[in-house]
Ligand binder design. Structure first.
Ligand code: DC
Length: 232
């Protein structure tokens, strides 16, 4: 296993911005696990599969070939060989991902891919169950959160910047509903790992959040070096 930083938290807490920045500074690989659930959701959406139909979802999820590549440090998500980075950002795909990620077979398949990536590389991985399930022995675990109003505003600004028409109230309602589904599902629900550090970003600038986590990594590495020297 390489060195690993796990960042979990609800939608819109700023996980990907923060994780990407930390990975860049540490020269680690950034693994966006939400993108994998989104690629699977896109595959199922294209086939018109009803997210409520567990049997169908579990049958068809086996046929999706999802893989990850890196292009100049950016994660590229491939769905049956097609680059889907932009397509998976649509709200419709996010909602489908939230519904279909509740199924055991979907999770098993994608968790295996995530664990494989962390086997040989130093990673910053973000998602919902990284510290609790995917990398339970991660070196540093962060639970990143923010109020639903702040998260909705961030998502709104992001979509507006891309020229997508959207409604702030609708986005907040979607976020609240997605939080509920992510936290209440039976398998690997979103929750803070016991040994994760809680970082509430509602009133923090990106730089402040990054500096806080970089300091936790520094302390962790120092304590690991201390342990190694101590036992030598
Ligand atoms: O982080 P995101 O919005 O891209 O994630 C999309 C959906 O995927 C989210 O609603 C829940 C699911 N997900 C998950 O169940 N486990 C993960 N590790 C990452 C995402």
């Amino acid at each position: 296993m390489g060195y690993s930083v796990a960042i979990d938290g609800p939608a819109g807490a700023g996980k990907s911005t923060i994780a990407r920045e930390i990975a860049g500074r540490m020269n680690f690989i950034y693994v966006d696990t939400g993108a994998m659930y989104r690629a699977m959701a896109l595959y199922l959406l294209r086939l018109n599969i009803d997210p409520g139909n567990k049997e169908k979802v579990e049958e068809y999820c086996q046929k999706a070939d999802i893989s990850i590549a890196y292009d100049q440090g950016e994660q590229v998500v491939l769905l049956n060989g097609e680059r889907v980075n932009e397509l998976i950002r649509r709200e419709e795909v996010g909602n489908m991902a939230s519904a279909t990620s509740a199924y055991g077979m979907v999770r098993e398949k994608l968790v295996a891919l995530q664990q494989k990536l962390a086997e040989s590389e130093a990673v910053v991985m973000d998602g919902r169950d990284i510290g609790t399930c995917v990398l339970p022995h991660a070196d540093v675990k962060i639970f990143l959160t923010a109020s639903s109003a702040v998260r909705a505003k961030r998502r709104y600004d992001e979509l507006a910047a891309r020229g997508q028409e959207c409604d702030l109230k609708e986005i907040e309602a979607d976020i609240v509903e997605r939080d509920r589904r992510d936290m209440e599902r039976e398998i690997s629900p979103l929750r803070q790992a016991e040994d994760a550090v809680l970082v509430d970003t509602s009133r923090m600038a990106v730089k402040e959040v990054v500096d806080t986590i970089m300091e936790l990594i520094r302390q962790n590495r120092e304590s690991q070096t201390g342990k190694q020297t101590g036992s030598a």
